[in-house]
Design a protein around this ligand. Structure first.
Ligand SMILES: [Zn+2]
Length: 689
């Protein structure tokens, strides 16, 4: 394939248009500026459309090579640029990048529509699909044919022309609405700051939290004051420790009302429009609602199966949360308080229970979980399970000075690719934690493997003063989690773009969540949890406390999460009315499931970014679904009496992480486990049984 002459832009060569001449072919970040993106995308789309035209105008009868394979390989330039732009727009954006994203969204969506609804292309694909059993294809090729055919069918390629046009218009508008919802949320995240001016307002807060707040204030020119933001590392510790009930309320209300402030960033109208568009789209495609459409492709198959599943956890979780609430109320009364516990009190009193009942002070364990230590723990676990080794590569270009580049070496000494680690919050980074890739594993035209470039991006507590960054227990688990997604990227064995790492959405979190099971195992803790000053290994009594505290707040965690998962499903199954009251709907759903006043769903409608984009719409349940899978899978290691059982880790790598191009969902799981998963391991693990 021939690339056009790299275009001139401001007198420079556009680096996005030629192969990346860097170690491992990572993007040449420092050479790319914002002006390069749009022309590169336009060229990428042009090339891909030309490749599609070539497939369609091929005079030979459609076959695997000239249609399916050619389609799978098309769009090389675009798939080089796309992850660079969107990776950086998530991890290191600025107003220029955001403006490009807004300009790009309708262009890309029109481009995708052109291909998705290309009838001549679809007819060729369908012809190969109909004839697939006679083509002497191997299993991987057969799956590729089926996946590509299903993609087109699910996108409406088989519909009559008028309806296809309607769908195209819906797709374009939906991508714009999603983008606006997310941009509003980002603005809302940065919009509010709780600025404190006196020591008295800081009552109860630990020193490192105060120092972090002082630095935050300094950054915005408010030196000498303290600032708390709506980022989790800021508001959660404040709610845990602040003795000022009025300020806890102020900060928490600002957090849960993001997108619900009747200002220019209000998301209510946009969200309703999105629900309306999704429902229309699903019905055009022959489904009753969006949930039915989205879930039909998952392991769960139907919304009813998901409801049944969620309610099995909801009942014991709610009962448990009510007990937790009652315990907290007792503390309030014992301390002479004459108020009823409210949602902004939960973290504060939970902290007291943690101390009283589990004798566990988060600040006491933090010195053992520095950012470096946790990384070492992750690397040690990868060594024990898969024989991997890690080499830091300061010679590999990065996109921000805080990002680290590591090379992964497989058991046999071969390289597996590059891992970027980007740990701390910045104004240009979206909230949360995620794993992405700047290039997925692939094969070049000569059949040689091109290694993946994977990135994990987090928003962990920054180092303060001369102390290293110390992670909370939650952050420690998140680090392992994201690395689990990364391994899934590195181990992919398939030969084709479409199927190499294709798994149902309710399977995606199995590779990540399973690693969270090892985090607190004493055998592994001894390897990495060492005091940052003394080097002393975490003492047994702290390990015991950690293990005992595993079920701490389990009612809250499950209720907060499942309430959000149910809210997501309710929105995507509701027979829609345009002039609905978003907040009223939310309240009705919560009343119906007997939600208690002291807990708010983990995400409320106007800040539920998981469901704004397509990714987790009617799919927020997938984390717990995968939770059942990962608890059951980890139970296999436990039952074997060896947490690092090589036979099991080899099978896990083969069937769950590596072989997605060959086996899917339940089939893959049963190949690993020898049976279907059982919900009990999950209920026991989370203290609900
Ligand atoms: Zn995940």
């Amino acid at each position: 394939m021939v690339f056009v002459q790299a275009e001139q832009s401001f007198g420079q060569i556009n680096p996005l248009l030629s192969e990346f001449d860097t170690p491992f072919g990572v993007p040449p970040f420092s050479e790319i500026n914002e002006a390069h993106y749009l022309p590169a995308f336009q060229e990428g789309m042009k090339q891909k459309e030309a490749e599609i035209d070539a497939i369609v105008s091929n005079a030979s009868k459609p076959d695997f090579e000239n249609t399916i394979l050619a389609y799978d390989k098309s769009g090389k330039l675009l798939s080089r640029i796309n992850p660079v732009f969107y990776g950086l727009n998530g991890a290191n954006t600025n107003p220029k990048m955001q403006a490009i994203a807004r300009e790009l969204t309708p262009l890309m969506s029109a481009h995708n529509n052109k291909i998705r609804f290309n009838q001549d292309l679809f007819i060729r694909i369908r012809s190969v699909y109909d004839n697939r059993q006679n083509l002497k294809l191997n299993e991987e090729q057969l799956r590729l044919v089926e996946k590509i055919y299903e993609d087109f069918a699910r996108n409406g390629a088989a519909l009559p022309e008028e309806q296809r046009n309607e769908l195209q218009a819906l797709n374009q508008r939906m991508s714009m609405v999603s983008l606006n919802l997310n941009q509003n949320l980002l603005a809302e995240n940065n919009h509010f700051k709780l600025i404190l001016e006196s020591m008295e307002e800081l009552a109860g807060l630990p020193d490192d939290i105060i120092s972090a707040a002082a630095e935050e204030a300094k950054k915005t020119g408010q030196e000498g004051k303290w600032a708390f933001t709506l980022a989790k590392p800021s508001w959660i510790p404040f709610l845990q420790f602040s003795e000022r009930r009025d300020l806890r309320e102020k900060l928490y209300m600002a957090y849960i009302n993001r997108g619900n402030n009747e200002n220019e960033n209000d998301n209510k109208k946009l969200f309703l429009e999105l629900m309306h568009l999704r429902r229309k789209m699903a019905q055009l495609l022959g489904y009753q609602d969006y949930a039915e459409y989205a879930i039909s492709d998952n392991m769960a198959k139907t919304p009813q199966n998901v409801y049944d599943f969620l309610y099995r956890i909801w009942a014991p979780a709610l009962e448990r949360a009510q007990k937790e609430r009652d315990q907290m109320q007792e503390i309030v009364i014992k301390e002479g308080g004459d108020f009823e516990l409210a949602s902004w009190d939960w973290w504060f009193y939970a902290e007291k229970i943690r101390l009283e009942q589990f004798n566990m002070d988060e600040e006491e364990i933090k010195p053992y979980f520095t950012l470096d230590n946790v990384r070492k723990g992750i690397f040690a676990l990868s060594g024990k399970l898969y024989g991997l080794q890690f080499i830091e590569r300061p010679d590999v270009p990065v996109y921000h000075e805080e990002v680290e580049a590591w090379e992964l070496i497989d058991k046999d000494g071969s390289s597996l690719g590059i891992l970027y680690i980007d740990a701390h919050p910045r104004p240009g980074k979206r909230s949360g934690a995620w794993c992405g890739s700047y290039r997925s594993a692939q094969y070049d035209d000569k059949g040689k493997k091109v290694l993946p470039i994977v990135t994990i991006v987090m928003n962990f507590t920054r180092p303060v003063g001369d102390k290293p960054a110390m992670l909370s227990w939650d952050e420690t688990r998140t680090y392992f989690h994201e690395f689990g997604h990364a391994l899934h990227n590195f181990f992919a064995e398939g030969h084709y773009q479409r199927t190499a790492r294709s798994v149902p959405r309710d399977f995606v979190e199995l590779p990540s969540q399973i690693l969270e099971n090892w985090v607190g195992e004493p055998e592994l803790l001894k390897e990495y949890a060492k005091h940052y000053q003394t080097g002393e290994v975490i003492p047994d009594d702290l390990v015991n406390k950690l293990m005992n505290a595993r079920h701490f707040n389990a009612g809250f965690d499950n209720v907060e999460y499942i309430a959000a998962a149910i809210l997501d499903l309710e929105w995507h199954t509701y027979p829609f009315e345009f002039n609905m009251d978003v907040n009223k709907f939310e309240k009705e759903v919560m009343d119906r499931i007997s939600m208690i006043d002291q807990i708010v769903p983990r995400y409320r409608t106007t800040n539920f970014s998981h469901i704004f984009g397509g990714g987790y719409a009617a799919g927020y349940y997938v984390y717990r679904w995968a939770g059942v899978l990962d608890a059951d899978a980890f139970a296999a290691f436990k039952e074997s009496g060896d947490l690092f059982n090589q036979e099991l880790s080899t099978k896990f790598r083969k069937y769950i992480l590596g072989g997605n191009a060959y086996w899917e969902g339940m089939e893959a799981y049963k190949n690993f486990r020898g049976k279907e998963p059982d919900i009990d391991a999950f209920l026991i693990q989370s203290g609900l049984k």
